[in-house]
Design a protein around this ligand. Structure first.
Ligand code: NAI
Ligand code: MG
Length: 492
């Protein structure tokens, strides 16, 4: 029976359905302010021109807080504060002293993990289980990892005395707001740079919380600055002449625009953009494990994942049985209140993203693919999309080519390993791929041929701070994580 129907979260919070007991995490764990300022030079302050915008809970559409909307003058102030710290404070510290601050930030993230998880779930719509078990612990892990490098940079393989670049301008998206902040800040700070971070307009709260953690850790003022706002704020930051390095994670479209803008300026650039990854299941794969991997690949974080396994390539001989098991498994997923610890699929992050997912899914039907979702009643308020599987997909369909960034899986089949490689590589992207097979030799054979920055074997969406992450082609360039992630922040 489809539990999704049974537990349809249309019932108001607090009402328990037959046979199912909700397990909500307490919203009271986090104290939300009514208004949030920019974090510049170690102080929270309103925008110079006084503008604000509202961030909402996508599961209810209720406003969470008003947040300062940074204009060009605020960006100037933030870059100036970062420059000052770079020259007078942070840039003068020894590596082993920088390390102490990073360790302290990591530990405070751990101490305040429950608050952070609730805040992230509220602002983003992701299930508390994922915020609690993935986003927050990984954010701490990246700070711990890079704290360890701060006093060992001369042994990182970039020459005897690698120098920081100066001021980093960092623009991040809404799918992993805290984790992306950690991916950007930790290596930059470890390498001795100062930062101006611009979180996404629908999810600014955890970056501001992290700014508070930096304060609590006693980080010198101006070392980390957070400017909130929409695309215009990001555009002012990446074009600012005082920024030495730009790091961007987000859409390929905006990444291309930033690349044009930064070209010829001498500003260093790394881009982590979209993806359309193939998750490839061979006939000798352990089926139950592969089905879990398919589910984790595309339904983790509502599919708002750049490296999501959004194209399932399944060997023709087992396609029927794999899809049967997949449908059975999807019928057990619980969709609804993100703060319920049993929830598997939370809310879509914004009305705009929901619109994009709907339009692309509709194109799948219009172009002749067959659409299936488990029985699933969606809540009346908020932004929701059911887990969806398209079969009969051909390589020319938009749902096989374009990044949907939602809980939508496109299924294609193949007969031989060569055909699997050809289909997997038939994309303008090149971020990630998954292989499911019992044969080690086949894993290596495939991994050598797949044009993707990350290839997972018999697992998916697994992250570790020691492992570099990044793409080819339209997925961007540069690596985050690991020793490689330091290179982007050092003058080598
Ligand atoms: P986006 O690329 O517009 O937003 C990402 C960040 O860039 C946000 O902080 C935004 O304020 C900022 N930004 C927007 N325009 C900018 C500009 N001209 N200069 C500097 N910064 C700018 O992505 P959006 O519109 O939220 O999502 C659209 C699609 O992009 C999604 O459907 C998905 O396909 C893809 N995407 C991919 C992500 C990834 O992790 N690779 C993350 C977010 C979106
Ligand atoms: Mg929000």
């Amino acid at each position: 029976m489809a539990r999704v129907t049974e537990t349809a979260p249309a019932a108001p919070r607090g009402v328990t359905g037959m046979g199912y007991a909700r397990a909500p995490e307490s919203r009271d764990l986090v104290r939300l302010g009514a208004e949030y300022g920019l974090y510049i030079g170690g102080e929270f302050r309103p925008a110079v021109e006084g503008g604000t915008f509202t961030t909402v809970d996508p599961a209810t559409e209720e406003p969470l807080a008003a947040v300062a909307d940074a204009g060009a003058r605020d960006v100037d102030l933030a870059v100036a504060a970062a420059r000052e710290s770079s020259e007078a404070r942070w840039g003068r510290l020894r590596g082993r002293d920088r390390a102490k601050y990073l360790f302290r930030i990591a530990r405070i993230i751990q101490e305040r993990a429950r608050e952070l998880a609730v805040l992230e779930s509220l602002d983003n719509g992701k299930p508390i289980r994922e915020a609690r078990d993935v986003d927050v612990p990984l954010a701490a892990a990246y700070f711990f990892y890079y704290a360890g490098w701060a006093d060992k940079l001369e042994h990182a393989g970039f020459g005897p005395s690698p120098r920081p670049l100066g001021v980093a301008g960092q623009v991040i998206p809404w799918n992993f707001p805290l984790l992306m902040a950690a991916w950007k800040l930790a290596p930059a700070l470890a390498a001795g740079n100062t930062c101006v971070l611009k979180p996404a307009e629908t999810t600014p709260l955890s970056a501001l919380f992290l700014a508070g953690i930096c304060e609590e850790a006693g980080l010198p003022p101006g070392t980390v600055n957070v400017v909130t706002g929409a695309g215009a704020t990001g555009a002012s930051l990446v074009a600012h002449p005082g920024v030495d390095k730009v790091a961007f994670t987000g859409s390929t479209e905006v990444g291309k625009e930033i690349r044009r803008r930064v070209a010829g300026s001498g500003t260093r650039l790394t881009l982590e953009l979209g993806g359309k990854a193939a998750n490839i299941v061979f006939d000798d794969a352990p089926v139950d494990q592969a089905v879990e991997g398919i589910v984790n690949g595309i339904f983790f974080n509502q599919g708002h994942v750049c490296c999501a396994g959004s194209r399932l390539l399944v060997q023709e001989s087992v396609a029927g049985s794999v899809l049967d098991r997949l449908r059975q498994r999807l019928a057990t997923l619980r969709l609804g209140d993100p703060l319920d610890k049993n929830t598997d699929i939370g809310a879509i992050n914004s009305a705009a993203q929901l619109e994009k997912i709907r339009a692309l899914a509709d194109s799948g039907t219009a172009e002749g693919a067959e659409r299936w979702s488990p029985p699933c009643r969606l809540p009346e308020r908020g932004f929701w999309f059911p887990p969806t599987v398209f079969t009969g997909v051909s390589q020319s369909h938009r749902i096989a080519r374009e990044e949907i960034f939602g809980p939508v899986l496109s299924v294609l089949t193949f007969r031989t390993p060569e055909e699997a490689v050809a289909k997997a590589n038939n994309t303008p992207y090149g971020l990630s791929a998954g292989i499911w097979t019992e044969k080690g030799s086949r894993i290596l054979w495939m991994a050598q041929r797949l044009e993707a920055g990350v290839v997972w074997a018999n697992t998916y969406n697994r992250f570790d701070p020691a492992s570099p992450f990044g793409g080819y082609q339209e997925s961007g360039f540069g690596r985050e994580g690991g020793r490689h992630g330091l290179e982007a922040y050092l003058d080598v």
